[in-house]
Design a protein around this ligand. Structure first.
Ligand code: NDP
Length: 400
């Protein structure tokens, strides 16, 4: 029987814990730890009411390596599943190294004082993890995560050569609030206000934040304006798809969201450096997070759907081919199932499946690995089984 230690008790964790609890044959025991223990207790109470299963809860500051080491030694898990914030990734990886336990996360490490997204910090642990005979799986959410697995599936089954990939992420939902973010506001706003970047013919090209955009007709959602952004999965896919000529990432935003964001930026509320306020140092973006709606609370009146996928072009049997592999997820349905909106759901389900892949040894090799490095088939099968069914369609229009 396997034991998992889940760190973080926010929107994504609410989904992961429920999905793991529903599979006692894989996740025999679950320990849930986070900075605010009452949030863990709330999730544990929900799980107890729904499934009768007991979840052990603990308080943990995961920035503190020795605290995490002590907690791992106390519970002796087979895997640490990190759904806290990207700032904690390296500290938790250090604790896993010290205790010889496998590691999984859903977002790449970010230093607190720079909005910089890259795998270099975590890839630097490759040799150390290999030497310790432990395994790390990076980015097991939807994007990164499922989008990487879609690419691996396309490479294995649909194409002889992949030339271009456009990852398209649409939230066509409406939460009824003037401005809110669908996952941690601080992480979300750091990502959206950063420079755009895409990779073409062996080089990265930078674009001003949200300056490149176009319309895309999303299945079951309709036409939406999507904006070119940098996103971390491109960094590993560039390494792992031989023959790739271009990869880009696009995300949709409504005008209301963009107007609010522009005003917040213009008045300095998205700054991540410290400012002096009445004798105290505060970071404006952290203060903004405190006054924005908690993403975990958005679910109740959320309507509409997300549609996330990959438009992939290349060659099969000598012929040009273009497909769209995607999932559509409905906010109201996920709320009914697990009490969370679709963005938390589309992240939490793949985190559970990634953990299942590791614990059942389908996906487990020593070192630090990204999702597309493994056989996509068992993961794709589980997406259909556990709530994120996917479609593959021949796609007529190219992404300009
Ligand atoms: P939330 O802000 O809702 O939850 C984060 C949780 O982490 C909170 O419980 C918080 O505790 C806890 N936490 C923060 N700092 C620490 C610490 N030092 N020690 C222990 N616990 C800590 O975030 P989400 O659930 O929305 O997101 C979780 C992760 O999922 C993020 O890393 C996000 O980037 C990632 N994500 C990935 C996606 C993907 O598709 N790959 C998509 C969406 C999100 P407290 O409440 O006390 O602050």
């Amino acid at each position: 029987m396997k034991k998992v230690l889940i760190i973080g008790a926010g929107g994504v964790s609410t989904v992961v814990v429920q999905k793991c609890a529903a599979l006692p044959e894989v996740f025999g025991e679950i320990v849930l730890a986070s900075r605010t223990k009452s949030k863990c207790d709330k999730i544990a109470t929900l799980v107890k009411a729904k499934t009768g299963r007991e979840i052990v809860t603990e308080a943990l500051d995961a920035d503190n390596v020795s605290e995490t080491v002590a907690l791992i030694r106390k519970h002796n898990p087979d895997l640490v599943l990190n759904v806290a914030l990207p700032y904690q990734d390296l500290a938790i990886m250090d604790a896993c190294l010290e205790t010889g336990v496998d590691y999984l996360d859903t977002a790449n490490y970010e230093p607190l004082d720079t909005a910089k997204f890259e795998y270099s910090w975590q890839w630097a642990y490759r040799e150390k993890f290999e030497a310790a005979n432990i395994s790390a799986l990076l980015g097991s959410g939807f994007d990164p995560g499922v989008t990487n697995v879609y690419c691996a599936y396309a490479q294995k089954h649909l194409f002889d050569e992949i030339h271009t990939v456009d990852i398209v992420d649409c939230n066509g939902g409406d939460h009824g609030k003037a401005f809110a973010t669908n996952f941690n506001p601080e992480i979300n706003i750091r990502e959206v206000t950063s420079e755009g970047r895409y990779w073409e013919n062996g080089e990265w090209h930078a674009t001003a934040p949200l300056s490149v955009h176009q319309s895309f007709d999303f299945p079951q959602v309709g036409e939406r304006e999507m904006y070119l952004m940098y996103h971390e999965e491109m960094e590993s896919l560039v390494e792992n798809i031989p023959g790739l000529k271009r990869i880009r990432f696009w995300m949709t935003f409504g005008q209301e969201y963009l107007t609010h964001l522009r005003v917040l930026e213009n008045v300095g509320m998205t700054r991540i450096d410290e400012v002096e306020y009445e004798g105290q140092k505060i970071v404006p973006l952290q203060f903004l997070k405190a006054v924005l709606p908690d993403p975990g609370s958005l679910g109740e009146n959320y309507t509409g759907k997300t549609c996330i996928g990959c438009v992939i072009e290349g060659i099969k049997d000598g012929e040009h081919k273009r497909v769209f592999i995607y999932n559509v997820c409905d906010h109201a349905e996920t709320f009914k199932e697990v009490g969370a909106q679709a963005v938390s759901y589309t992240t939490g389900v793949p985190a559970m499946i990634g953990a299942k892949m590791m614990l059942s040894d389908h996906w487990r090799k020593p070192g630090v690995h990204n999702m597309e490095e493994y056989d996509p088939d068992p993961f794709m099968e589980d997406l259909n089984k556990y709530g994120l069914p996917w479609q593959v369609e021949q796609w007529n229009s190219s992404v300009e």
